[in-house]
Design a protein around this ligand. Structure first.
Ligand SMILES: CC(C)(COP(=O)(O)OP(=O)(O)OC[C@H]1O[C@@H](n2cnc3c(N)ncnc32)[C@H](O)[C@@H]1OP(=O)(O)O)[C@@H](O)C(=O)NCCC(=O)NCCS
Length: 185
């Protein structure tokens, strides 16, 4: 199960914060928001963002222990990136996970890391999602050739992904899912 996943990640991989590239705080264009690596205290917020990433429009949020939510949670060794208000609460998170079966694989059959991103509903549309994506792409480019994401055909997040260089490559998860891939190098 994914309970206490952040504690597990940090214990199993004590260098995770440094290797995430997020050991130094990065300031956002919005001076009220900064980017940092997740800590164990972010676990509930990350589950909340995974719940939001499961739905589009005003669909009801799934329960925290819904199988779809659990699948999106960061696996051991993955430290999410958090956007937070200075002296405030977290407002967004991004990380990668691996779905089963994988959305896409590389030429050697190795699963590509899959994007999961969420911004708190009241804070969307002000650049936080783009900022989180930039931080994740910079980190992943050091270790991966490419990554992928699944997006519902009606999810406006597709525009953000295209702006960041993802391209639709075919069918995603389910009949209304699109698979998108981004080359990182
Ligand atoms: C997708 C998401 C992370 C984008 O974060 P954000 O902070 O709003 O992103 P930015 O402000 O940097 O960029 C805005 C872009 O996000 C997308 N977007 C998706 N939902 C949006 C919303 N409710 N409000 C504003 N932008 C939204 C659009 O592509 C928008 O681009 P546009 O300006 O060309 O229309 C955020 O809307 C979100 O959490 N959505 C719900 C969870 C989700 O769908 N996750 C992705 C699963 S595939």
């Amino acid at each position: 199960m994914h309970r206490d996943f952040l504690q597990t990640n940090l214990i199993e991989n004590p260098n995770a914060l440094a290797s995430s590239g997020c050991n130094n705080l990065r300031m956002a264009p919005d001076p009220a928001v900064r980017i940092r690596a997740a800590t164990a205290g972010d676990e509930a917020f990350i589950v909340e963002m995974a719940r939001h990433a499961c739905i589009i429009e005003d669909w009801p949020l799934p329960d925290s222990d819904d199988a779809e939510v659990l699948e999106l949670l960061p696996p051991p060794g993955v430290v999410p990136i958090i956007a937070e208000e200075i002296r405030g609460d977290p407002v967004g998170a991004v990380w990668t996970y691996f779905s089963d079966p994988p959305l896409r694989t590389d030429a050697n059959g190795k699963p590509l890391p899959e994007l999961c991103i969420g911004v708190a509903p009241g804070r969307r549309g002000s650049g936080i999602g783009g900022l989180l994506m930039d931080a994740l792409l910079a980190d992943l480019a050091q270790v991966c050739e490419s990554m992928c994401t699944n997006v519902h055909v009606r999810n406006p997040a597709q525009r953000l992904y295209e702006r960041k260089g993802f391209r639709v490559v075919g069918q995603g998860h389910g009949p209304l899912g699109l698979a998108m891939v981004k080359a990182l190098r």
